[in-house]
Design a protein around this ligand. Structure first.
Ligand code: SF4
Length: 459
């Protein structure tokens, strides 16, 4: 068995059978679903809004090269610097150059999955630079030494008690501190660090082609401090985050906040169009936007997979996926988990396609992801497309191929189908017990096949 698949199965089993994990996820997801139901009421015609969002993204992807150049033209006209990074390595190398030029020692970050994708934090640590997460959830998982659990709510798997215990151990706060006390503690720690930091690093929720801007959406205000207090701001953004015009935010901002957290609008929505201009009081002296490809151009070129680039990372498909709800975010071993993570992880340059192709099989294909995607992405079809690609590239294991070819042979052979059931039961036990697992009752073939019963007139 391939190692990534084995690790996935082990981690999934551990989470799926943990009553504690289930309790926490059910609790947090329960709250999410109630809020989202309420948030959706703000749309007069939600289905129309989803279709419009899908159309805008389709247009964007068809015109992406032009829109990226438009973005660059407008952003640089206000003194911003654009860096094109084909891979994670390119992005890290460019960040390193900036760090060296600025002699940076402390970097503050706001929540960004793309920095997880390029493995920014371990890289910075290796370079001897201190990096501090400033989003509350990210701060908690950073202290715990874990990757984010969810693309929107990184510490969803932890209870308030877990966090109080963690802070007690790490910072000596009271072990029964309330949520307010814990938040106040983090706020106090972070405030001073924002002013000490040399560089602020963020991702970007949207890129606006017509104004050359990066849009940041957040609830805590930490991204605003990250982008305004340090003298240098670096935004690392995937090229697919583009939308043509600032006008289109009127549809994307409410969709993102409603499907992300159930809010009508996220608390802080910031549009940054370059560094501080003459006469302005706030903002960094230098602002860089790193436009990351890392496999996205290949998705763009593939008409069967292009739709995956429409994603606005709201997390709704994760929260509505029965598989995610059982196995949790860490089992995926990718910065992008859940249905959308299973779709894009094999294509982004996170490893080889085969390292993540098993994720597309971790789905019931119930379609709940597609039904609950604000951009109307046909997610379950994309999962199937990955499976088709895997098959066409001959990436299935030898054992699996053997099982399927034997099954096909048997199904097409009447004599084999009619062999006595005890032989079928022995063969099935021999080859399928492990795959079936210990926790399910192994099925038994009936005494007679349908064909035999039909001939005897018993059906
Ligand atoms: S695929 Fe759709 S539902 Fe899933 S995170 Fe992206 S936008 Fe949200």
């Amino acid at each position: 068995m391939k190692k990534p698949l084995k690790t996935f199965l082990e981690k999934s089993e551990e989470k799926a059978f943990s009553a504690e994990h289930r309790k926490r996820i059910n609790f947090n997801m329960g709250k999410y679903h109630v809020k989202v139901k309420e948030g959706k009421k703000q749309f007069e015609d939600l289905e129309k809004a989803r279709k419009v969002a899908n159309n805008i993204k389709a247009y964007t992807m068809q015109n992406l090269p032009y829109l990226l150049e438009e973005f660059e033209k407008h952003f640089t006209s206000r003194g911003g610097k654009v860096i094109w990074a084909e891979s994670s390595e390119d992005a890290l190398m460019e960040i390193d150059k900036i760090i060296n030029a600025k002699k940076a020692k402390l970097i503050v970050k706001s929540k960004s999955m793309i920095t997880e994708e390029i493995k920014l934090n371990p890289f910075l640590k290796n370079q001897g630079v201190e990096v501090l997460e400033t989003d509350l959830g990210e701060f908690i998982v950073q202290v715990k030494g874990e990757p984010p659990y969810h693309i929107v709510t990184p510490a969803m798997h932890l209870s308030k008690e877990d966090i109080a215990e963690l802070f007690h151990k790490e910072f000596g706060t009271s072990s029964d501190a309330t949520a307010e006390e814990l938040t106040a503690y983090v706020r106090k720690v972070l405030r001073g660090r924002f002013t000490e930091a040399d560089i602020g690093i963020t991702g970007g929720n949207f890129l606006l082609a017509d104004s050359g801007s990066v849009v940041l959406v957040e609830n805590e205000g930490n991204a605003r401090l990250t982008t305004t207090l340090p003298k240098t701001h670096i935004a690392i953004v995937g090229i697919e985050k583009m939308i043509p015009s600032i006008e289109h935010l009127s549809i994307f901002l409410p969709l993102l906040s409603t499907y992300g957290t159930g809010q009508r609008l996220t608390v802080y929505n910031t549009i940054l169009s370059g560094p501080r201009q003459a006469g302005e009081t706030d903002g960094p002296e230098d602002m860089y936007v790193i436009l990351l490809d890392n496999g996205r151009s290949d998705l763009l070129a593939d008409e069967h997979m292009r739709e995956s680039l429409y994603c606005i990372r709201c997390g709704s498909c994760l929260n509505n996926c029965p598989v995610y709800q059982n196995i949790g975010g860490h089992s995926y071993d990718s910065p992008y988990s859940g249905p959308i993570g299973s779709i894009v992880s094999p294509h982004l340059h996170l490893g080889k396609f085969e390292d993540f192709s098993h994720l597309s099989h971790a789905s019931t294909l119930c379609g709940s992801c597609s039904e609950n995607c604000p951009v109307n992405i046909n997610l379950h079809q994309l999962l199937l497309n990955n499976r088709i690609y895997e098959e066409s590239e001959n990436l299935r294991s030898g054992t699996e191929k053997l099982i399927w070819s034997s099954w096909k042979k048997a199904m097409l052979n009447r004599k084999l189908m009619n062999v006595p059931s005890f032989s079928k039961n022995i063969l099935a036990k021999l080859f399928l017990t492990k795959a079936w697992g210990e926790r399910r009752i192994f099925p038994k073939f009936p005494g007679k096949s349908f064909n035999q019963l039909w001939k005897k007139g018993k059906v």
